[in-house]
Write a protein that binds this ligand. Structure first.
Ligand code: SF4
Length: 105
């Protein structure tokens, strides 16, 4: 599995720049650059008091299903990179995030 780091701290699933989900999906079936990808699993926090990840033991290993088929790390719609960085500081919606690790074939 991939070591996932994520800067979208406005996401319900983000805890200390890690993701509490065991599996996420990245969108961007026609992407030719990072900006054209996004984390399809992004879920905005319900409120500033949303602290649902509190107490969850979160690990960096995350399975990434990925639609960005032109990325060098995409193997049969799964990410094969050892580590991935999702960017999305201050994101309000999925489209505000991107996979910074995307690299065109
Ligand atoms: S590195 Fe490539 S294959 Fe892996 S999640 Fe990002 S865009 Fe998808």
């Amino acid at each position: 599995m991939t070591q996932l780091k994520c800067s979208a701290t406005t996401c319900h699933n983000n805890k200390n720049h890690l993701c509490i989900l065991n599996s996420i999906h990245v969108d961007g079936s026609t992407a030719h650059e990072s900006e054209q990808t996004c984390c399809g699993s992004f879920t905005p926090k319900l409120s500033s008091m949303d602290n649902s990840a509190h107490g969850i033991d979160v690990r960096p290993e995350t399975k990434i299903k990925c639609h960005a088929k032109d990325c060098v790390y995409n193997k049969d719609m799964l990410c094969s990179a050892d580590s991935v960085q999702i960017a999305g500081h201050g994101a309000d919606r999925s489209g505000d995030t991107e996979c910074s690790t995307f690299r065109m074939r």
